[in-house]
Design a protein around this ligand. Sequence first.
Ligand code: HEM
Length: 502
Amino acid sequence: MLALHRRARARCAPSPSPLTRSRACPCCRSLDRVSSLGASSPNKTSQKFHLVLRKVAAKYGPIVRLRTPGSDKDAVFISDADAVADALRSEGPTPIRRGLPTWIYFREKNKVPLGVAFANGEEWKRMRSAIQTPIFPPKNAHAYCPTIGPATVQAMGIIENELRCAGPRTLTGEETFAIENIVMRWSIEAVSGIVLGQQLGALDDEPTQLTRDMISAVNAAFATTGPIFLMPEFVWRNQLASAAREHFKALQTAMDVTNKLMTTTLTECAKDPAKLHGTFLGHVLQRDATLTRDEMLSTAVDLLFAGIDTTSRSLLNIMNLLSRHPEAQTKLRNEIIAVVGADPNATLDATHLAKLKYMKNVIKEAMRLYSVVPIGGRILPRDAAVGGYLIPADTEVMFGMDVMSHDPKYFADPDSFDPDRWDAKDIHPFASLPFGFGARMCVGRRIAEMEMTVFLAHLLRKFEIMPSPPPADLVFNLVIANEKPMPLKFRPLGATTASATA
Ligand code: HEM
């Protein structure tokens, strides 16, 4: 190990500071010990994981060795953008990511493939290649834009209706209402339309039982991940805690519902192949017959799970920031009207997306300020020089995305919302990585950006987002989410307090 460190010193330019054994491993020993910095109970520690990591970086520096829950080996936590770049450039052609232990256990127990999000090596590469072209290149992702138009118009109608039904003070933008549920149902509808080629009816007045099951399963799987995070393995494996029982039930439901939906799509399309045209499943089937039915199923579940909460949470954060920055809200609305037109029901197509430049900046800036995925990671395939240290092969490196994106070293006045900062060309390319990086970057990135753009383009032509306080209590449940309802108030555009009430 010492020899490895010396080699790193020789290789790394510009002359890194001398590496003694202790400096080579600025050591927090285990997260349990670190956790006492921030929280008092294991449950709270898991839910405040992102804050604990901020404190770790502040106290021990940007490269720290620590032990994470669920692992029997030390990992290296990195919150220096150059060092993150070093690690990511060493990830090799089939980057390895440690999966979520409960999800892997569940799939192995049920003898279903791990799917694109959890498989590694050649198995991952085959699945990723099959889905990459249909959804990753912007041109192909943007082609799904018309798929989500009708659901988005429907969501706007529901918001309008809810505002009216909730009472005059809600309609005038003085009181908040339950927007989260609508955004979440819209997100399910959008992603299922794209992935499974089927509208689930999640936004309907009376969603089907299947749809209700799916919504509850997604909610429960995310809500239980935080509490399970620090549980000893034997507790969750043997389902000795209620959170673990609920978690596995949710994973089972999501798998069963997706299976049923996929079967329906495939049966209908066997009768009428034209129905597959323009759907993600259709692209996968046409392009690549090498995926088994079960691999398609696991991958579809991964796409749904990875795509629903991340997108809806990010949207809620963007709306909240726009509420607090009326000048940015107006600028964005003006851009949308100039590009798409003022009619709030006019849907978008791929040609609009490329022209919405300020929209891109708003989304990037909001995702920098609120990292719904606060950490990333890889297992290094070989020894690698990282930030002046030599990290041995097989070490897990964790990237402090949330820490870096609040670091004044990379972003002047880092806590301020300044979408225009993204016009500058000198932002460190590894300082804000909301979708990860490289061959294993989020495969749904372009879909997510397209979805958020479409939602905001409809919303801002219909409503004004009224000033609301920032979300108070952000907790880590696989993604960072507000614990209490997101404070958001709306008012129909152009309505004054008096006329809106009338
Ligand atoms: C704002 C929304 C989203 C955010 C912030 C987000 C973030 C991320 C991040 C950070 C990763 C890990 C990347 C890495 O390790 O380098 C990831 C992976 C992934 N995401 Fe997303 N994501 C979002 C939306 C979506 C959507 C809409 C889909 C599906 C349509 C999706 C599907 C996936 C999948 C399947 C993976 C695993 C990819 C692989 O391992 O090859 N994500 N996402």
